[in-house]
Design a protein. Structure first.
Length: 120
């Protein structure tokens, strides 16, 4: 997470592990958050699990179910960590600018997720 956090638009970088129907915050770099446990289906992180797909959000302020961790956060990307078809957890990155993430970020984080899955 420390290496990811050094990328220019990565302003908060963390890992959530899936425990039953709850995402539990694990390692992270950035400001402290109240969202250490997120139910599946809630916010960007919970939606990623509920829909079984990554989320690339250009502007979080356009979402009705967004869980605000920081008033500075404007965009977010969540990439699932999977072992086969099973969701193990996710990588969650927040950015302070609108449109901070794109397909190249998703591709990079998918590679990181594969490395993490192999060591899970």
């Amino acid at each position: 997470m420390e290496l990811l956090d050094q990328l220019p638009t990565y302003n908060w970088s963390g890992i959530y592990r899936l425990e039953g129907d709850t995402l539990v915050l694990d390692e992270y770099v950035g400001a402290a958050t109240d969202h250490t446990r997120i139910p599946v289906g809630r916010g960007v992180c919970g939606t990623a699990v509920a829909e079984n797909r990554n989320q690339v959000i250009e502007d979080v302020r356009e979402l009705s179910n967004y869980l605000a961790c920081s008033t500075q956060t404007r965009s977010e990307i969540v990439v699932l960590i999977k072992g086969g078809d099973e969701i193990l957890g996710q990588i969650d990155i927040d950015g302070h600018t609108v449109g901070a993430f794109d397909a190249s970020d998703e591709s990079l984080l998918e590679r990181v997720a594969e490395i993490l899955e192999a060591r899970w």
